[in-house]
Design a binder for this molecule. Structure first.
Ligand SMILES: C[S@@+](CC[C@H](N)C(=O)[O-])C[C@H]1O[C@@H](n2cnc3c(N)ncnc32)[C@H](O)[C@@H]1O
Length: 283
């Protein structure tokens, strides 16, 4: 069975207040940056920034920044006066961010979304790319985001739509669940369970945000082959932790998942649709 991974913070205290799946070892963060960011994160993050409309001079906060791709992408638009702060609780993900070449106006901070070490009203624009669905206490995180935003501040985030719109992920998640039991991506409310208006609309309103736009965005992700897709995906996401604990089942599970996603193979390689919701809300 899948176990929630604990996260040891700087003073050695083990924090389990939220499922920090992305802190698992096995080189997940490096593989995430190498395999998932170019093929999946970069094209979707570009669309989020188009919706967020950052301006020169803006102070931007990238919550759940992971390995920092969105922060690095937005930094040139807001410089020289503007700044970007990337926040994430995973020391592994931040470790990759810190190791990569980064524009001078970007700062990395280790923190949870519901406890931001930033002053009231110090941020113009908050962006969150595929992070909100992982926050265990979304109302609290939204309150914190509201606190750090200026009175007319903007929140722009993207969150995967449900498995119905993400058939590749649904196929692989169902195989993982069959072989290994419950897994974060198939647990309601996590991964692909927080991408519809009826879920986050009321939450945003309760937190004092005005929903400005909702945009479903679908992109075909491309990998050289189905085999390559699965190999990379399973080494670069929280599934790596589950698979590493069950080496004896790995080959069988891999073959079963490959069979499930074969239908997305084309003459030119693997082409799978992914769909996110992009949300812009203002105070
Ligand atoms: C799918 S990754 C997205 C990373 C990055 N935004 C990107 O687009 O590449 C999800 C991230 O959410 C972070 N995360 C999980 N729970 C969090 C929380 N409670 N507060 C802030 N970040 C969190 C994880 O550590 C991980 O880096």
């Amino acid at each position: 069975m899948f176990e929630v991974y604990a996260y040891a913070d700087g003073d050695g205290e083990v924090r389990v207040k939220q499922p920090a799946y992305w802190t698992v070892a096995h080189g997940v963060a490096v593989n995430y940056q190498t395999y998932v960011v170019p093929a999946v994160i970069r094209p979707f993050a570009k669309r989020l920034l188009e919706a967020a409309e950052p301006r020169p001079g803006n102070r931007v906060l990238d919550v759940a920044c992971g390995t920092g791709e969105l922060s690095r992408m937005v930094a040139p638009t807001v410089q020289p006066e503007g700044s970007v702060t990337g926040v994430d609780p995973s020391i592994e993900m931040l470790g990759v961010a810190r190791a990569l070449p980064t524009p001078g106006n970007v700062t990395w901070i280790e923190a949870y979304a519901d406890d931001l070490p930033l002053a009231d009203g110090s941020i113009d624009l908050v962006v969150i790319h595929q992070g909100m669905q992982f926050f265990p206490d979304k109302p609290k995180a939204l309150q914190e985001i509201r606190r750090v935003l200026v009175p007319e501040g903007t929140l722009a985030f993207s969150s995967w739509r449900s498995h119905e719109y993400n058939p590749v992920n649904r196929a692989t998640a169902s195989v993982i669940e069959k072989f290994f039991g419950r897994f974060p991506d198939v647990t309601p409310g996590v991964g692909f369970g927080f991408g519809e208006e009826d879920v986050f609309g009321p939450l945003l309103e309760q937190a004092g945000f005005r929903l400005e736009s909702l945009q479903p965005v679908r992109i075909e992700i491309e990998y050289p082959s189905a085999d390559e897709y699965l190999t990379r995906q399973w080494s670069a996401t929280p599934s790596a932790g589950v698979l590493a604990e069950h080496e004896e089942l790995r080959d069988e599970a891999f073959a079963a998942a490959l069979k499930e996603i074969e239908r997305f193979s084309t003459q030119d390689g693997f082409r799978g649709p992914m769909e996110t919701m992009i949300v812009v809300a203002r105070l």
